[in-house]
Write a protein that binds this ligand. Structure first.
Ligand SMILES: C[S@@+](CC[C@H](N)C(=O)[O-])C[C@H]1O[C@@H](n2cnc3c(N)ncnc32)[C@H](O)[C@@H]1O
Length: 281
């Protein structure tokens, strides 16, 4: 084999992380069984479904496995441990790799973890890169989303995600068991159980290099930004999973926070859904 050919081969790290992305999303074999479309899950859910079908993507919980939806991370897997899809997992990998290689100090957090798949992947990337310092934090109620409080957060009016808490609420023990199945539950993983408003403001986290937000609501997004953005290192990444026209409450929270704090770093897209930026000041 020539040196050139050897150079093009994916490294063992790339091979492991690629396989893991396909397993966590169940893109590798596709899911054989899918639930029938849900009904009566509230107005925002219906908006989301409409927005997706206009883009020719399958509606949430489509009865048939849809590889494109799983690539974009726009459906809810029947069994997969994450709903963020291959593209946003790749974005996460790129951001973590950058902060490790550039020695940007700080832990990693995901606020809103569901079955834990994106956080499992965070731990895997650290392990694959040989990082033994950083903690992966998981913040969640482990019981689903709160009902909206439109008096406090008018943008959350009608954002009835909590009507889907039968699917969105995943107990802590189940998330821990998911980590353990991949051999990734260790003392570099810590859990913050409870509503964000109770756990995030006083969380025992000193510094962050990756701040990944996936809590959907204005309230959840704003609480996470206010509590954690000040801890994000220069050179670290803010990743907003739900910054998409289909989730206007999340978009509003991010826009309000950026305006209030004069954050002018350009937001880059993570695909059909979501944005991220590197903190520069
Ligand atoms: C869309 S799911 C997250 C998906 C996940 N990141 C993945 O990899 O598939 C949203 C999660 O946010 C949590 N959540 C949203 N708002 C919350 C809040 N205010 N307090 C605690 N948990 C919250 C829900 O319990 C749920 O697990």
């Amino acid at each position: 084999m020539s040196t050139n050919e050897a150079h093009q081969d994916p490294s063992p790290i790339e091979l492991y992380l690629d396989l893991l992305k396909k397993c966590l999303t169940r893109s590798i074999f596709g899911e054989k069984y899918r639930s029938l479309p849900a009904t009566n899950r509230g107005p925002l859910f219906n908006t989301l479904e409409k927005w997706l079908s206009a883009k020719n993507l399958h509606i949430v919980r489509a009865a048939k496995f849809d590889a494109q939806a799983r690539e974009e991370g726009v459906d809810w897997p029947e069994e997969g441990e994450t709903m963020i899809g291959l593209k946003r997992l790749q974005n996460l990998q790129d951001c973590i790799t950058d902060v490790v290689q550039q020695n940007i100090p700080g832990d990693l957090i995901e606020t809103g973890v569901w079955r834990g798949g994106a956080a499992i992947f965070m731990r895997a990337v650290l392990k694959a890169l040989g990082d033994k310092q950083r903690t992966v934090w998981l913040a969640d109620s482990f019981a689903g989303l709160p009902a909206p409080s439109p008096d406090l957060y008018p943008a959350d009016k009608g954002a009835d995600f909590h009507l889907s808490n039968d699917v969105l609420g995943v107990p802590l023990e189940e998330v821990q068991a998911n980590f353990a199945r991949y051999g990734l539950l260790d003392d570099q993983v810590r859990f913050l159980k409870g509503w964000f408003k109770d756990t995030l403001p006083g969380a025992p986290i000193e510094k962050l290099s990756i701040l990944r937000l996936d809590g959907d609501l204005y309230e959840s997004t704003m609480t996470a930004l206010e509590s954690l953005y000040p801890k994000l290192s220069i050179g670290g990444y803010a990743i907003i999973d739900d910054y998409a026209p289909a989730v206007p409450c999340c978009v509003q929270a991010v826009d309000d926070f950026r305006a209030a704090h004069n954050i002018s770093e350009e937001m880059e897209s993570t695909g059909q859904y979501g944005v991220f930026w590197k903190r520069l000041r």
